[in-house]
Design a protein around this ligand. Structure first.
Ligand SMILES: [Zn+2]
Length: 453
């Protein structure tokens, strides 16, 4: 197969010099970027068989979402936003009754939504019940991602999700082996531990050893997302995890809303990666505008990436909505114009994500030798005019409706607004059908405050 030339675009490279190239070109050869630069120069130096006219287009590296629950898309926006019992009485019955078919279509839906909004790589949160079904969906869509499976050993309920420490670790090792045998270079697997209050010390240590022994990362979910004074077990602190030896540069921790100076010091010292999920945190009343210290983490050199979280937390997996919120909320909470400039937030959605997923040498920017994971925006939309400061436009003005095409590993998975390899209508119909059946099995129903006739 010959090379593909994307020609005439404004290219936001996110490279070490943060070059933004007018009338630029990218050459894709196989899965990789062979060249990026001024169009005339690139065309004189490289041959190509396909040319995509990208006049009036803007090219950006694909977004990287570091915390997504694929499965929950099957029951998006089911849980009332005033349900304080959302976890035990809503989510747990759903997860306890989730079938492989549910998870397959939920994953297809989430992956379609990610691609359509520019996310080319994601990390599952560690809540897959049938990860083989999720892997199949990822292959069909063509998205890059890291999978994990339901991993806890402390909670006895629901009984269908109960696991001993040994079983939780064994299941993780089996899944890592299964994904490796798929031999699909866009799908990886990490041990992903569900939560600080649902995993024993033995499970955390075992999961870290498993990650280290195979050169993988380890994802901790949902840490420091309740104030310490409400934490049932005060031993679940970063200091405790440091003492256990599980804090490290290959560890990603999600949320981290309530942190003190010692926590920031530990995150910095051990080069732990933080996944910040603003939309879910806000819907769940975590107080990030009051307590969140994410700008301080970034200033301290800690990697802070962004995650959409779940379909009843943020209810979407749209990175453009997330970066808009992050750029706004901390300026307001700190009452400081200098907090989280648009450029920094774009770095969090790309480069920090790549670092968090241990892929900074292969994704996160448009550079020669990296994977060709690209978003191509079409400027034939009002929000793209005038184009005076592309970082500002991307963060504050642009929505996903102007995303024209998406490449992942050099493969065009979204072409002029259409998913290339997926019958979207078939997915939507099956999700709608399966969600009703799942609610019946789980014994839950939406609470409608307005009459539906
Ligand atoms: Zn989550």
């Amino acid at each position: 197969m010959g090379n593909t030339l994307i020609d005439g675009a404004l290219i936001v490279t996110m490279d070490p010099d943060r070059r933004v190239i007018q009338n630029g070109a990218v050459v894709i050869g196989g899965e990789q970027i062979l060249a990026v630069g001024k169009s005339d120069r690139v065309k004189s130096d490289f041959t190509y068989t396909d040319r995509m006219d990208a006049t009036d287009k803007v090219v950006l590296p694909g977004f990287i979402d570091t915390h997504v629950h694929l499965s929950e898309h099957i029951c998006r926006s089911l849980i009332p936003d005033d349900a304080e019992d959302w976890m035990p009485n809503w989510l747990m019955p759903i997860y306890a009754n989730l079938s492989a078919e549910d998870e397959y279509y939920a994953s297809l839906l989430a992956c379609i939504e990610m691609v359509r909004s520019g996310t080319t790589t994601f990390c599952e949160a560690g809540t897959c019940i049938h990860p083989a079904a999720a892997a199949k969906a990822m292959q069909q869509v063509g998205i890059r991602g890291i999978l994990g499976r339901w991993t806890w050993d402390l909670r006895p309920e629901p009984i269908s999700l109960k696991q001993s420490t040994d079983a939780a670790l064994e299941n993780n090792a089996k899944l890592i082996d299964y994904i490796a045998r798929l031999n699909h270079n866009r799908i990886r697997c990490w041990p992903l531990v569900l939560g600080m209050d649902t995993a024993s010390d033995e499970l955390l240590i075992g999961a870290k050893q498993l990650a280290d022994s195979q050169g993988l990362g380890l994802g901790f979910m949902h840490a420091s997302n309740i104030p310490s004074m409400e934490t049932v077990d005060t031993m679940r602190s970063l200091r405790h995890f440091a003492d256990l030896g599980v804090l490290d540069r290959n560890v990603k921790i999600t949320h981290m809303v309530y942190t003190d100076d010692e926590d920031l010091d530990l995150l910095q010292r051990y080069e732990v990666k933080v996944a910040h999920c603003p939309t879910a945190a806000m819907k769940h009343c975590k107080g990030i505008s009051k307590f969140g210290r994410f700008p301080e983490m970034k200033s301290a050199g800690i990697s802070v990436s962004l995650g959409a979280d779940s379909a009843n937390g943020s209810d979407h997996v749209n990175m453009l909505r997330i970066i808009h919120l992050v750029a706004q909320i901390f300026k307001d909470s700190h009452r400081d114009y200098r907090v989280f400039p648009a450029e920094t937030v774009l770095e969090m959605a790309t480069l920090d994500g790549a670092e968090a997923l241990l892929m900074k040498d292969s994704i996160g920017s448009i550079e020669v030798g990296k994977n060709a994971d690209l978003i191509i925006f079409d400027r034939h939309h009002p929000e793209w005019h005038p184009l005076l400061n592309v970082a500002g436009s991307l963060v504050y003005a642009v929505t996903d409706r102007s995303i024209d095409s998406v490449f992942i590993a050099g493969e065009k998975v979204l072409d002029q607004g259409r998913m290339v390899k997926i019958d979207e209508q078939e997915v939507y119909e099956n999700v709608d059908r399966l969600s009703l059946k799942l609610m019946d099995r789980a014994g839950v129903r939406p609470v409608l405050k307005w009459p539906l006739s």
